[in-house]
Design a protein around this ligand. Structure first.
Ligand SMILES: *[C@@H]1O[C@H](CO)[C@@H](O)[C@H](O)[C@H]1NC(C)=O
Length: 384
């Protein structure tokens, strides 16, 4: 193995870009060839090799975040009992070229483990644990008063767009907010970091993505061609098509309608519960979200020529055509979307490759802190 590796290195040394490619290839093999390793190592740190950090309430959730993060291979989670500083609930997302942590160091208050990508993971894991004295901070869309946290959790489970909650119990020092149930949201439809025009590439989606958890009735939503709904923006994010924008609006509890600008692939989610004012505008498609139904998925079937879904790569491999790339993505439970580079792609060394991609679509609180007399948890919809 070693002589082969050296020979490979010698051959590619001449061209910088090939060296990068070789690195990508070895990474790709590793994520494919790696064994399913579910063990959690308590009080063990995998130092360094950080890609990013995310918030997570426990090591199991952190492991699932690592599994859904495109390039995470292993992680270290800082538990609630960590006392050295206030980084409790940080989930460090990590990767190395070898696929293994370079070091395993004993460290009190952390738990480390590996991505479950090789284990054919469930896209919608059941998150049944509740967390006492833990606040899932932010991402609120609505609040109400409930008798106990169980009723708060039931309400969240009943609302299709609720992903997690925080309940303030009857002993809280904040008297006015006792029994308050905060319903919270994160995206369950895949977001793409950057959508841009690039010659010689074709992009599209896995045919296996499931956006809503309703199987019937089938529905279309409503698309209004060459129509803008000005103002009332709550968020704007990249999207591949009006159908993708419709899906993002449909999973967002505050989105009452949207406008999609085709020229720069921007999806404007809007909120106005009182009126919907339209105006004619070329190149803009507006629409009304679909609720409580199985959203029409014809937008998932479209292949977008000359459009790059940049970033979020799991791995890439050589391939003859875009159809095979789409089928490869569909067959891989970790892949949600792809970009294929044709013979006309500007960078010769990267032609005829299939880049498999994904985003985190499981419930993910943006910030988690310790807070006395609150209880947090997740919707139980995936557990039913
Ligand atoms: C967490 O990640 C962000 C970037 O994603 C970085 O700016 C920040 O320093 C990190 N925080 C810690 C404590 O590692």
């Amino acid at each position: 193995m070693l002589p082969q590796k050296l020979a490979h290195r010698a051959k590619t040394k001449k061209m910088g870009i090939s060296l990068v490619l070789a690195g990508l290839l070895s990474l790709c093999c590793l994520s494919l060839c790696q064994d399913c390793n579910t063990e959690l190592l308590e009080n063990v740190d995998f130092p360094g090799a950080d890609i990013t950090n995310l918030s997570s309430p426990d090591a199991n959730h952190c492991q699932l975040l690592c599994t859904q993060h495109p390039s995470c291979l292993f992680f270290t989670f800082i538990r609630a009992d960590w006392t050295a500083d206030d980084r409790n609930f940080f989930c460090y997302i990590k990767s190395t070229a070898s696929g293994q942590p370079s070091e395993r160091a004993p460290l009190q208050g952390v738990t480390s483990g590996f991505s479950l990508k090789p284990c054919s993971p469930n896209a919608r894991p059941c998150l049944s644990d509740v967390y006492q004295n833990v606040d899932f901070f932010g991402a609120d869309y609505r609040a109400l008063f409930t008798a106990d946290y169980e009723e708060c959790q039931r309400t969240c489970t009943q609302e299709p767009t609720c992903q997690f909650f925080t309940f303030v119990d009857g002993d809280s020092a904040a008297e006015k907010f006792r029994y308050k149930c905060h319903l919270k949201f994160s995206y369950t439809a895949p977001r793409i970091q950057t959508v841009q025009r690039t010659a010689g590439v074709i992009s599209g989606f896995s045919q296996n993505i499931q956006i809503s958890q309703f199987f019937e009735p089938a529905c279309q939503g409503q698309l209004l061609i060459n129509t803008n709904i000005p103002g009332n923006d709550i968020e704007n994010l990249p999207a591949a098509s009006p159908g993708h924008c419709l899906a993002l609006c449909s999973v967002h509890p505050l989105c009452t309608f949207f406008s999609y600008v085709s020229n720069d692939f921007r999806c404007f989610l809007k909120n106005n519960l009182n009126e919907l004012v339209i105006q004619t505008q070329q190149g803009v498609t507006s629409g009304i979200p679909a609720r409580f139904c199985q959203l029409d998925n014809s937008w998932l079937k479209e292949a977008h020529e000359g459009v790059d879904f940049q970033g979020s790569d799991i791995r890439n491999e050589p391939m003859d055509n875009a159809d095979t790339c789409q089928r490869t993505c569909t067959a891989d439970p970790n892949c949600q979307f792809y970009t294929f580079t044709t013979n006309n792609f500007a960078f010769q060394d990267f032609r005829l490759r299939c880049f498999l991609k994904r985003a985190i679509t499981m419930p993910a609180p943006p910030k988690i802190t310790k807070q006395q007399n609150v209880v947090s948890g997740f919707s139980l919809r995936s557990c039913l």
